[in-house]
Design a protein around this ligand. Structure first.
Ligand SMILES: Nc1nc2c([nH]c(=O)n2[C@H]2C[C@H](O)[C@@H](COP(=O)(O)OP(=O)(O)OP(=O)(O)O)O2)c(=O)[nH]1
Length: 130
């Protein structure tokens, strides 16, 4: 069975989305992703998403609609993604090298990890549909 990784596309007014730059492992460090992480055994996926955003960014999120289905990662891992908004707090890079809010026209200004580029494209279409 695959390990499930969950990630949040946190959307702020003006269609800004939060990108986070990975600090590790070496093969991925410097690449940009949506905040999240692995679901713990027995843990709900949305619960894991909220926990990861609390741990990594120091924020509380409100989870919205799912983005796509299972996004392929490396062997044995799948990525599931949700739109989210900030319920409280200001994101801080507690585990990442940096954070960036990307507005429309800036969505591709960072080096997304391979799995994340198609997700960004799907999110762009969703946000354009309003
Ligand atoms: N969180 C996250 N991980 C991603 C994305 N895209 C992508 O390829 N990944 C990969 C990187 C990692 O190999 C894996 C997620 O692992 P993680 O390191 O974020 O998980 P975690 O916070 O639970 O950390 P740990 O248990 O390994 O300490 O999925 C993404 O957008 N968000």
């Amino acid at each position: 069975m695959s390990t499930i990784v969950v990630a949040a596309v946190i959307v702020a007014p003006g269609g800004r989305v939060l990108a986070a730059q990975r600090a590790a492992p070496a093969a991925l460090a410097g690449g940009w992703e949506f905040p999240g992480g692995k679901v713990d055994p027995g843990e709900g996926e949305v619960v894991a998403l909220i926990r990861e955003c609390r741990e990594e960014l120091g924020v509380e999120i409100t989870v919205g609609e799912r983005v796509g289905g299972d996004w392929a990662l490396s062997e044995g891992y799948v990525l599931r993604v949700w739109l989210a908004t900030l319920a409280s707090g200001t994101p801080e890079a507690r585990e990442h090298l940096a954070l960036r809010w990307l507005g429309p026209g800036e969505y591709y200004d960072v080096e997304w990890l391979g799995a994340d580029l198609p997700i960004m494209k799907t999110v762009e279409s969703l946000l354009q549909q309003g």
